[in-house]
Design a protein around this ligand. Structure first.
Ligand code: GCB
Length: 609
């Protein structure tokens, strides 16, 4: 049927989105931010929910107040008159009516550019949930998918003295996304991590990766990528750690890569007991003249497994952990540095040396603060429960989230494990999908351990998962005492399994709500029952030699629209501490005591390999 063009033709166009699916912004475009000249675009932006995607359908981003026939357009895109919202922030907490809003929403702000704009300019987003479509001065620049990882876009060619920036953020749950439609946490919406402009020279250091490769000799591998359209062969880079008196110059290859093993002397190794970090810098020079420089603060350590043991700096370590979601009552996912520190302090109070950051990449501040505080981290991508495993596009998105996370946190000593998924169904499609992710992680970062939180083989009652051969550590989630009251099964699993690799109990736990019950009997879901379950669990763990770490579910109670019933009231109440972070439940003390014991024993028989 012929479509007659008229002034409202956008309402007849159901294919409006196809114009905004490409280009896809992926990890390769990320630019190393450390030590760069930058300008924050945080603060108040204009905001409107846009449930029917009118900004895309009617092209609000063009800001045309007359149409092709010259008629004035009565459309509501006077961005500057809209409500204000704080960036970073989640819209769900900005107004009561946005609390459960799920869908597209439009963010807009202006910024002017002063003399600082020499060279190239990149726009950086810390995270936008889940799809972000970015427009600058009326031009669509690209779409980023994945709600928890950073992305950059070069905007040099589109800049003017006065600029209009628009981001359409869309947190709609979709089957083919990572995560898919069904999660047990709150999928907040919005630009909930920082936004900034990065100013870099024409030829610049795109990324820098530094890690310790040999503990004995103190050898460090430095690799970097130089970006620029020119011949790069006349350029060199100089890597320095001033505190160690180290300065090493090496050439840039024609393709922009540069790589060097540098030897250090007197390096003090990073560990939870000694979170020592060094200022490092990499300078790009041409004919002796400095062209660009990046800096970072880096700790050096090794992490490996041997048989069923985990070795940090060559010494056996038990991971005394707890799981943590990225959420507070006040800020949702847009947690502050103070809130992160508070969570880490609470974990330390429980005698933890390890956190499982569930179930998606947390803010970059988490690993930076963990580096400072001396906490080991498990970082994860949201390949959670059911995923569209046979969809190649979904695999591509998962791989991109993993790559962006690895690129962002490669230099963080605290991060020791990349996890490629959680409790996924044991199908062939899942096996191939996750095998691919495990291999991707190993290839991008051979210096760390790969894991996944797996389910038990409930038929044979064994710790057994087809993915095991692609993992360095087997994560095992179990809820005996809670979802299945039969502890006998857990005993059988732990005694009957013969894993060839270290096992971490990556989840266990139970609901814990406060009751008035004085009957002396446990009420289902009460804090007393939770305490009892914890006692029985840790007793078994203590007797199982191959368990090399535990991470109970979870440090704080947290919001989840999956649990809107009468008791849970929109919360997962398996926390060891209440959601307002004020009260520790009795099970907190059970873990604290268990970890105290583990620590004492570890002190007695620490093995150096
Ligand atoms: C799990 C999931 C976690 C849930 C938890 C629960 O196994 O991995 O995300 O929230 O169980 O509370 O049931």
């Amino acid at each position: 049927m012929e479509i007659i063009k008229n002034f409202v033709d956008n309402i007849h166009n159901d294919d409006y989105k196809s114009n905004y699916e490409f280009p896809v912004i992926q990890g390769e475009s990320m630019v190393f931010p450390g030590g760069r000249k930058s300008r924050s675009l945080n603060g108040e932006w204009n905001f409107s929910a846009d449930q029917y995607d009118n900004c895309l359908r009617a092209k609000w981003f063009l800001e045309q107040d007359t149409n092709d026939e010259g008629r004035s357009v009565p459309l509501d895109y006077a961005f500057d008159d809209w409500d204000k919202i704080e960036v970073p922030g989640v819209w769900n907490l900005a107004k009561p009516e946005y609390f459960y809003y799920e869908g597209p929403a439009v963010y807009s702000r202006r910024f002017s550019l002063e003399e600082e704009n020499k060279g190239r300019v990149f726009l950086q987003f810390g995270a936008v949930s889940y799809e972000a479509r970015i427009f600058l001065n009326g031009t669509f620049l690209g779409i980023h998918k994945g709600g928890s990882t950073p992305f950059s876009i070069e905007i040099t060619a589109h800049l003017k003295a006065e600029n209009r920036l628009i981001a359409v953020a869309d947190n709609t749950r979709r089957k083919n996304q990572i995560p898919s439609e069904n999660t047990d946490w709150f999928l907040y919406g919005g630009i909930y991590r920082g936004v900034s402009l990065l100013f870099v020279p024409d030829v610049h250091i795109k990324n820098m990766r530094v890690n310790l490769t040999d503990r004995e000799t103190g050898a460090i591998e430095v690799s970097a990528l130089i970006d620029g359209n020119k011949d790069l062969t006349d350029k060199t880079v100089t890597f320095s750690i001033p505190e160690l008196g180290l300065e090493e110059k090496f050439p840039v290859n024609a393709d922009g890569t540069c790589n060097k093993i540098v030897n250090t002397d007197g390096l003090s190794l990073w560990s939870p007991e000694n979170p020592k970090r060094y200022q490092v810098s990499l300078t790009l020079k041409e004919k002796g003249e400095v062209k660009d420089e990046v800096t970072d603060v880096i700790g050096f350590r090794t992490i490996e497994t041997r048989g069923r043991k985990i070795l940090l700096n060559g010494k056996q370590i038990f991971l005394r952990g707890v799981c943590l979601h990225e959420e507070t009552e006040d800020h949702g996912k847009a947690v502050t540095k103070e809130e992160i520190r508070e969570a880490f302090q609470r974990a330390k109070k429980m005698n933890c040396n390890f956190l499982r950051l569930a179930h998606y990449p947390h803010t970059e501040w988490a690993s930076e603060i963990a580096d400072e505080e001396g906490i080991l981290l498990w970082e994860e991508i949201p390949v959670y429960w059911w995923i569209d495993f046979s969809n190649p596009q979904t695999l591509n998105d998962a791989r991109n989230q993993l790559s962006e996370l690895i690129l962002r946190d490669f230099n963080r000593a605290s991060v020791i494990i990349w996890s490629v998924g959680n409790e996924n169904p044991d199908t062939d499609a899942r096996y191939h999908f996750m095998k691919n992710l495990a291999k991707t992680a190993k290839k991008k970062d051979p210096s760390r351990l790969i894991s996944a939180a797996c389910l038990v083989d409930s038929v044979n009652l064994r710790i057994a998962d087809r993915l095991e051969s692609h993992l360095d550590i087997i994560g095992f989630n179990e809820y005996y005492g809670w979802y299945d009251p039969d502890y006998g099964k857990l005993t059988e699993i732990l005694n009957g399994s013969q894993p060839e690799k270290p096992v971490i109990i990556s989840e266990f736990g139970a609901d814990g709500y406060q009751t008035e019950n004085k009957s002396g009997k446990y009420v289902r879901g009460s804090e007393e029952e939770q305490e009892e379950i914890y006692k029985r669990q840790v007793e078994l763990f203590g007797k199982t030699e191959y368990i090399q770490g535990t991470a109970p579910w979870i440090l704080y109670d947290y919001r989840t629209p999956k649990r809107l019933g009468a008791y849970q009231k929109g919360y997962n109440i398996k926390g060891l501490v209440t959601a307002d972070r004020k009260r520790e439940k009795p099970a907190f003390t059970v873990m604290k005591n268990f970890y105290e014991e583990v620590r004492k024993n570890e002190g007695n028989n620490k093995e150096t390999v």
